[in-house]
Design a protein around this ligand. Structure first.
Ligand SMILES: [Zn+2]
Length: 249
């Protein structure tokens, strides 16, 4: 057994950049995200290190600095609880159930989700304005290339259980964001989509990437590494997604 083996453990199935976090799939593993401060938005917001770098690159790509503001990134369980409690007091249970995730069930607790706002004099913290035109529209068009998906759309409300949130973006990484976007599916649908068949995609640089689903089938399952360049993420719904980059970078 080498450190490069795949370790398909129960704990590993609940961590990683592709985990599903929603009301049916709460966080079950204490995550210790590698957080960095978010720049260019509201103070004291943090995001996963890779997600933050890719977000900054996507905003730069559309010349959105100063116009696209990250207003909410990582939240602790306590912060999510405070937002939930505050929303219940201010807006009541119906609004809160529609727009605020229960503590433990918020993607923000992973450090991989960010709420974006178009710069304005007044910004609504819970429902920031992030329209479909202008610089925000331009951001949406490049988001998948930088690993981000618009997570809660009107069409997928029955699958996500969350009302449309045009401001909430989730980092899932490359090439997953493009696969999800091209297939028109949300993260809830991704494990079943990959169980149908492994997917092979070609990146813009010509490199082939294979993506497949692996079920969790017992404690401590170890498999040999599939090659020199791979990534394993849990799904938090009972399995793993294995991404393998073929050939040389
Ligand atoms: Zn959000």
């Amino acid at each position: 057994m080498t450190p490069a083996d795949l370790h398909l453990t129960a704990a590993a199935s609940r961590k990683g950049s592709l985990i599903l976090v929603n009301r049916d799939h709460p966080l079950r593993e204490e995550l210790i995200p590698d957080l960095v401060p978010l720049t260019g938005g509201w103070p004291d917001q943090h995001l996963d290190r890779t997600a933050a770098r890719m977000l900054a690159a996507a905003i730069r790509a559309v010349h959105g600095e100063g116009q696209i503001l990250p207003v909410s990134g990582w939240r602790s369980q306590e912060e999510q609880q405070a937002i939930w409690d505050g929303s219940l007091t201010d807006h009541g249970p119906d609004f809160t159930a529609r727009y605020v995730a229960r503590p433990g069930c918020s993607e923000h607790q992973t450090g991989l989700a960010v709420d974006l706002a178009l710069s304005a004099d007044k910004i609504d913290f819970i429902r920031p304005e992030f329209p479909y035109d202008g610089v925000c529209g331009a951001f949406r068009r490049v988001a998948a290339r930088y690993g981000f998906v618009e997570r809660y759309t009107e069409e997928k409300q029955d699958k996500t259980g969350i009302a449309a949130e045009p401001w909430h973006f989730r980092y899932v990484g490359v090439p997953h964001a493009a696969i999800l976007t091209d297939a028109g599916i949300c993260l809830e649908e991704y494990p079943a989509f990959l169980r149908e068949a492994p997917r092979v995609v070609r990146l813009e640089n010509g490199r082939r990437v294979q993506v497949r689903y692996l079920p969790f089938c017992g404690t401590g399952t170890t498999r040999p590494a599939p090659g020199p360049c791979w990534q394993l993420s849990g799904t938090n719904e009972g399995g793993f997604i294995l991404t393998v980059w073929e050939g040389q970078p």
